[in-house]
Design a protein around this ligand. Sequence first.
Ligand SMILES: NC(=O)c1ccc[n+]([C@@H]2O[C@H](COP(=O)([O-])OP(=O)(O)OC[C@H]3O[C@@H](n4cnc5c(N)ncnc54)[C@H](O)[C@@H]3O)[C@@H](O)[C@H]2O)c1
Length: 384
Amino acid sequence: MNRDQFLKVTALAGASILLSDIELLAKTNRTKLRVAIIGCGSVSNRYIPHLQGSSLIEIVALCDIKYDRALAQNQQYKVNAATYSSIEDLLKGVPFDMMVTLTDMQAHGDLNKKALLAGKHVWSEKPMANTYAEGKALLELARKNNLKLWGAPAVVNSPQFAFMSKCIQDGKLGRVASAHGQYGHTGPGWSAFFYEKGGGSMPDLGVYNIATLTGLLGPAKTVMAMTSIVNPERTVDDKGTIKVEAEDNAHILMDHGRGIISHVMCGFNYFDPYGHEAKDQQLHSIQIFGDKGNLRLIGYDWETNGVVLSDSWDRPATLHEKESGGYVWQEGATVVGESIINGNNPRIHVEHALHVLEIMEAARNSSSLGKRIELVSRFPWPIV
Ligand SMILES: NC(=O)c1ccc[n+]([C@@H]2O[C@H](COP(=O)([O-])OP(=O)(O)OC[C@H]3O[C@@H](n4cnc5c(N)ncnc54)[C@H](O)[C@@H]3O)[C@@H](O)[C@H]2O)c1
């Protein structure tokens, strides 16, 4: 019996699946995870080659409602995959194990749910759902059906994140008090969804800093924020001139407990000559302060160029982890996909992605209500 037949039988029996999907894969003796990509736009240009670089992964399907994009990516990257123009056709088409969701942010929750209901593991670009409640329901659905679900970003995988986390855990900074993260540029110009309801600079940009700071300092307990729309109108490639409906400017304060407070600022109106490009970026985008030391991360947390540690009154600050060690921001789907085949636990944890989603929702609520919002979600911490 192959895996698909097995899944059909268990579904028909209405039984809870007793074997984990990892065990199922092992039973089929398959050595490659079959991946379907939904959304063949800008970011797929980074995901497709990275997934193709893995000997444990095979891209078997590409899907986009703008069907010509699925065809074009299939040809450009010589994927040799089946191509589809809707998730319904994708799920009825060639068999696959994991869906990689790279569509407009607003579509993620619905598409991820459909994939999980069809028995597929899911890696989702951020955010994994549109609301915390929707994300939580997706996780419950995945767990009920013995499936894996993960959400971007993959910042916790960088050696710079590991270095900073170990410094904090080893007490090199003394008692940690405050941290700051910032990420902004002048905004994507290709798609309207970044500015429409459910888009915004928080789920597109701030999400990285929120994942980094909660990953380093622990889950946030409460959030206060101010968000605004600085630029009410934009001109974008796919829809021309549009009204900006989601925040393009946000300041988020997080209370991590133990007296630790962090702050993230993000926006689509930040002049930065480096723009989307991280190479050679020297900005200290993440800063962590304790009473015996401080850490400053060079470049963006998703593509960093090192960490400066200052922990002495008389010795100069030292530069650490200048190399990426193979880490790239677009590696998330590959790393989790390989973990299914290898049977190991990746550092990226879905409960962390869910926590970040709750923070972004709380930030919007805090801003509109003018009050501090309590959070309920947690994730396994420390990560490193
Ligand atoms: N572009 C980047 O550099 C980048 C980097 C990191 C993360 N991301 C994230 O990746 C996601 C996609 O961003 P992008 O820049 O590639 O956007 P994009 O507009 O270039 O591509 C999105 C694609 O999804 C397709 N799509 C939308 N709804 C669909 C549906 N229901 N079914 C099938 N296809 C559908 C669109 O037709 C489009 O081709 C977003 O969550 C974004 O935050 C983008």
